[in-house]
Design a protein around this ligand. Structure first.
Ligand code: MG
Length: 168
């Protein structure tokens, strides 16, 4: 069954949103590296890679549904921050925007009775719960360390230990 034109446009927008998210995470990574926090920079770089994979899931879905992919322009990411915790707060705010977009897609697919969209969207609903929880935990840890250099170093080492395919 063909996607409705509305869903087609919304899924296409989602590809661009995920790519914009990857772009933003790369900017966060660069900022952290500049602050001498290579572990956190590594974590953000892996996050950028995951967002690219998310974009490709929607890209593949559109092509499998016989729909053309139309990529939109990427906004310039924010690249200046006042503190490390602000970087992770920006990341959480971006994840909230992605979650809202996924929820909107889910509502649209439900209205259109486009059941073929559900497995993909279910995967993303779970993924967003995990993403938000992971980033929130890092923010909590950072708030706990406050201006304690040792705590920041420990957290940088911990996040630097993340390998591809795991979230924390
Ligand atoms: Mg994503």
């Amino acid at each position: 069954m063909a996607l409705t034109p509305e869903l087609e446009a919304a899924f296409n927008d989602q590809v661009t949103l995920e790519l914009a998210s990857a772009h933003q995470y790369l900017a966060l990574s660069a900022w952290l590296e500049g602050e001498g926090l290579p572990g956190m920079a590594h974590w953000m770089r892996l996050q950028a890679g995951e967002e690219n994979e998310h974009a490709m899931k929607f890209y593949r879905f559109l092509l499998d549904r016989g729909v053309g992919v139309v990529l939109g322009p990427l906004p310039q990411p924010t690249s200046e921050f006042d503190s490390v915790v602000d970087v992770f707060r920006a990341s959480l705010a971006a994840e909230h925007r992605v979650t809202a977009a996924i929820n909107n897609l889910y509502a649209m697919a439900t209205d259109a009775r486009d059941f073929a969209s559900f497995p993909l969207l279910d995967w993303f609903v779970d993924e967003q719960v995990e993403e938000e929880a992971t980033v929130q935990q890092i923010i909590d840890d950072l708030e706990r360390t406050a201006d304690n250099g040792h705590g920041l170093l420990m957290l940088d080492r911990e996040l630097g230990g993340r390998s591809a395919g795991e979230d924390d």
